[in-house]
Design a protein around this ligand. Sequence first.
Ligand code: SAM
Length: 188
Amino acid sequence: MITVLRLGHRKNRDKRVTTHCGLVARALGASAFILSGDDDRSVIRSLEKVRRKWGGDFKIEYDANWSAFINNWKKNGGLVVHLTMYGIQLGRSLKELINFDGDMLVVIGAEKVPGSVYRLANYNIAISNQPHSEVAALAIFLDRLFGGKELENTFNNAMISIIPQEKGKRVQFNSYERFNQSVKPYHK
Ligand code: SAM
């Protein structure tokens, strides 16, 4: 089981990027997303809305105390992988990470990540030693970890799902009533 911990979320700057981190986590095989930093219910609501509509059991929670969360995770035998451009190239540790048979916490930052995170993490992993984005780092990490198999994941209890097409869009309504109830009328 993989949980993603998003550190240092800032309500006024990171809404979109944090939401995208949650979407990538869910779509690419993580089981849970923990938001830390500002307590931003709008991010949690957006992710819950996606889960309701597109299915699966993805867990979304807020936790202000990220250091206690990480310490508890380790106490319970879980592994902590911090994604940072300052870390060791993913290729060097990938086999060990794939072979790890337990719960993994993947930590991603926003702006400045506190030094203690680097010390608490079992692995500080770089997705190249160049600065880019937490969304990209998370996507590449999960994809390498699952070896691409996560792209074929299916999600239970989805209200709608996509029927892949070479051209155009085709959507299947699995529960049209529930879907209609979930769509709020649009007001300007
Ligand atoms: N300067 C910041 C720091 O102190 O780590 C980096 C900020 S960066 C915009 C936000 C997050 O993206 C980082 O905390 C890290 O999780 C992720 N990230 C960015 N580039 C990365 C890379 N090359 N490898 C792994 N993670 C990366």
